[in-house]
Design a protein around this ligand. Sequence first.
Ligand code: GLU
Length: 452
Amino acid sequence: MMIGNTVQEQLDNFMDGLKRRNPHEHEFHQAVYEVAASIIPFIFHKSVYQQANILERLTEPDRIITFRVCWEDDEGNIRVNRGYRVQHCNAIGPYKGGIRFHYDVSRSILKFLAFEQTFKNSLTGLPMGGAKGGADFNPKGKSDREVMRFCQAFMTELYRHIGPFTDVPAGDIGVGAREISYLFGQYKRLANEFTGVLTGKGLAFGGSLIRSEATGYGAVYIMQDMLKYHQQTIEGKTIVVSGSGNVAQYTVEKAIELGGKVVTMSDSSGFIYDPDGIDQQKLDFIKQLKQVRRGRISEYASEFKVKFYEKQKPWSIACDLAFPCATQNEINAEDAATLVKNGCLAVSEGANMPTEQAGINLFQQSKILYIPSKAANAGGVAVSGLEMTQNSMRLSWSREELDQRLRKIMQDIHDKCVEYGKQEDGTVNYLKGANIGGFIKVADAMLAYGVI
Ligand code: GLU
């Protein structure tokens, strides 16, 4: 039962309890607050959800596994990292969610990501639960062999907790095609099974077409839907993108294909501003730079004679559309205010939780179109779900078939946001719509199972 006589009291009491039970986990508090602020008003008069204590149950992960990962670097030093898998909720399908290798990975970050993943996966309409994993391993500057040894050591522990009907990990920051291949090879060796236990696999061993493109394309497709619903298009719009990894690259690719002009990309060292716009040929340079040479974005500035802004984020550049595609909390209140002041019309989040709560509040007050990550970047995990389907059927769909399915899934997510987020004044609160739309299916499955 929620405690309190008003929505605000219930929200305050709920957040106090959550913070007490999960001290110092700021990212987790932030992600839960963002959802609870939509869900508590929604369930205020719905006693079935209240009596079953659904929200409290949904903010306690099913289990968290942490483990030591011991590996040897190229100099023969023994290195130790901490590995995790947060299995958050399997109410509507096997646990599903990426693995992140980054030096700032912590229990709080993985709990926020696994929590978000549960609602995101529900929004796709596919049968997938929510999970996330990773390690505080920094792949930057490591040789291929070091990465291989790390992945093998990581999987040696993880393999006993996952399986095609139990938990199906995938990539995230720091885990791309190379890492998934090493992880899959080690799983196959240990389990002596060739199954769809990971997604984002290479095409030669059970991977799906469109998986690499899916998150970025999806973030643009849903922007297209959101603009269309408000009688606008992407064509001719000036676009600011942050990041230069997988999500950013394919966001830029689809945005320019649809006639947008993308003027920025970034990495942790700064951003480039190309006022003429990044075209497909310049994007190919970025893909080569980031996927093959693993170099820095400043090389783009030297190659194409544009300005590089060291240690800065791109939000000061005036734009019509913004796609944060780097990482969590990359847009603070000041950045959000700058975007609004410069006339930004719409924001689609390619990264997970890139906007701080104060920034979200500003976007919502100014009534710009803001679609949160759990809806906007769900295309990636959606095509992971389609990879699982293809693995189960032991066949592969064509690029066209998969792209059409992705397109339709993004449109359905958009429509779900409108269904649950339409306000009395006719505007759409996409955040509320995504949260409620993702919540209902999971909550109803939990109700059906009784007390477990
Ligand atoms: N890491 C991605 C996400 O944040 C993809 C997860 C997956 O494909 O399972 O949704």
